[in-house]
Design a protein around this ligand. Structure first.
Ligand SMILES: Nc1ncnc2c1ncn2[C@@H]1O[C@H](COP(=O)(O)OP(=O)(O)O)[C@@H](O)[C@H]1O
Ligand SMILES: [Mg+2]
Length: 304
């Protein structure tokens, strides 16, 4: 069976990685066939995808349902299998097979069509997500995982160049503000196993438990660095409340209380996530910072 690569997935690989992205997409059908063969899998339904991975519903030789996940090996995706193996299904999808050479994984099958994005009340969704995050970050990170301490130092090294590329004083002010928070916390980066990308689409309905986390970009660090995805996803709903700072703080406090974190430290590491995004934007040549990120930094003034 020849897998058809969804157009939107091909387009996103082209956008993020140019020629390398196109080459990866071209090789994808053969890669899928290789693992269907090697791991003795039968396709079982339409492929799904995010902006990075192609996920094929499959059935194993023993009849169990699984999901074959194919994605390029990058700094972010390289430790996904190690993270999932460490959690061993405690709040996350189970890892059944992995080939680190190509980044391919066989996962426990969840309901790919139903995520926390479909739970109408965002705070109800957030409470479920926080319950999972609490369990995930209760695990110490395994040896050898990339570390928030290194990421924080790398970010601080990039601040001057980023400031030089920003014409508006307002942008420079908030970038400096975030950098000063990271500078204060960088020597105590924590040692928990973080998910890094736990937004509402990365929590799927399941059978073993009502909801499970997928798609980690794991690193070792402070759980405060894990709050950002749930703050800025489903943003329209924060805007629709008519009081963005209040909506941001409601979400932030809900997570901090549910995780039992120190409020100020969690705010500081969240500003670290804002800084990370600011730096990526300026590296891409953007000259104005995102209004959403500025709004989050501004709202968090009440906590930092
Ligand atoms: N274990 C799974 N079972 C069923 N569907 C899955 C599973 N993992 C991922 N999916 C589906 O594939 C999509 C993309 O997978 P994901 O791991 O989130 O990759 P990406 O990094 O591209 O977002 C998910 O949004 C979901 O619809
Ligand atoms: Mg995803």
């Amino acid at each position: 069976m020849r897998i058809k690569v969804p157009e939107a997935l091909a387009a996103s690989h082209l956008e993020y990685a140019d020629d390398a992205g196109a080459a990866w997409t071209d090789a994808l059908p053969a890669l899928a066939e290789r693992y269907l063969d090697e791991w003795d899998l039968r396709p079982d339904g339409e492929p799904r995808h995010g902006i990075v991975a192609l996920v094929l519903p499959v059935v194993r030789a023993d009849g169990t349902r699984a999901a074959l996940k194919l994605q390029p090996v990058t700094e972010e995706t390289a430790d996904e299998a190690l993270g999932l193996r460490t959690w061993a299904g405690d709040g996350s999808v189970l890892l059944l097979e992995a080939d680190p050479a190509t980044g391919t994984m066989l996962l426990e099958r969840l309901d790919g069509g139903r995520s926390l994005s479909a739970v109408p009340d965002v705070i109800e969704a957030l409470e479920i997500l926080t319950g999972l995050l609490r369990r995930l970050t209760a695990h110490p990170a395994p040896e050898g995982m990339r570390h928030l301490g290194d990421i924080a130092r790398g970010m601080l090294d990039g601040v001057d160049a980023a400031l030089a590329g920003l014409p508006r004083e307002r942008d420079r002010h908030w970038l400096r503000h975030c950098a000063s928070a990271v500078a204060e916390l960088a020597d105590e980066p924590g040692d928990r196993l973080l998910h890094w990308d736990l937004h509402y689409d990365n929590v799927l309905a399941a059978g073993r438990e009502p909801w499970l986390a997928i798609d980690p970009k794991p690193l070792a660090g402070d759980p405060g660095f894990d709050l950002m995805p749930a703050l800025w996803n489903r943003w329209e709903e924060a805007v629709a409340t008519g009081d963005v700072p209040r909506a941001v703080l409601l979400r932030f406090d809900c997570m901090v209380d549910g995780l039992g974190l120190d409020r100020r430290r969690a705010a500081g590491w969240t500003l670290g996530r804002v800084l990370q995004n600011f730096l990526w934007a300026t590296e891409d040549g953007e000259e104005e910072l995102s209004e959403i990120l500025l709004a989050i930094a501004e709202a968090l003034r009440a906590r930092w």
